[in-house]
Write a protein that binds this ligand. Structure first.
Ligand SMILES: [Zn+2]
Length: 142
C-alpha cells in the first residue's frame, strides 16, 4: 500500500538518508511515524469526504422521496377531482331531467285546473237554474 502511494508520486514528504538508501518505503521509526501520520490524515480527509457524499446522497434521496410522494398525492387528487366532476355532470343532467318533468306536470296541472274551473262554473250555473225553477214552481203552486 505504502509503496504504491510512494510510487505514484502523490506524497511530497521526504525520507531520511537511511530510508532513501534502503530502497524501502520507510525503515526508521521517524519515517514510519511520518508515513503513518500522513496516512492517517489522508484517511481522515477521505472519511470526511465519504460523510459529505453520504449526507448529499441522503438529501437527494429524501428530496426524491418527497417529490414522489407529492406526485402520488397529485395523482390521487386528480383522480378524486375527475370522480367529482363526473358526479357533478351526472347530477346536472339528472336535475335537468327532473326540472323538465316538473315543468310538464305543472303544465298538465294547469290544463286540468282550467277544465275543472269550467266544469265547476257549469255546475254552479246549472244549480242556480234548478233553484230558480224550483222557486217558480213553489210560487205558482201556492
Ligand atoms: Zn528514515
Amino acid at each position: 500500500m505504502m509503496t504504491s502511494r510512494r510510487a505514484s508520486g502523490g506524497s511530497t514528504s521526504s525520507s531520511c538518508a537511511l530510508c532513501e538508501g534502503s530502497n524501502l518505503p520507510s525503515c526508521c521509526a521517524a519515517c514510519v511515524n511520518t508515513r503513518l501520520f500522513e496516512y492517517h490524515a489522508t484517511l481522515r480527509l477521505r472519511r470526511n469526504l465519504r460523510d459529505t457524499l453520504q449526507s448529499r446522497i441522503a438529501a437527494r434521496l429524501e428530496a426524491k422521496r418527497k417529490a414522489e410522494e407529492q406526485r402520488m398525492w397529485k395523482l390521487s387528487k386528480a383522480h378524486d377531482i375527475k370522480e367529482l366532476r363526473d358526479r357533478l355532470s351526472e347530477l346536472k343532467s339528472r336535475t335537468a331531467l327532473e326540472k323538465m318533468k316538473i315543468k310538464q306536470a305543472s303544465s298538465d296541472l294547469k290544463v286540468k285546473s282550467g277544465t275543472l274551473n269550467v266544469a265547476f262554473i257549469t255546475v254552479k250555473l246549472f244549480l242556480s237554474l234548478c233553484f230558480s225553477l224550483m222557486k217558480c214552481e213553489i210560487h205558482y203552486s201556492v
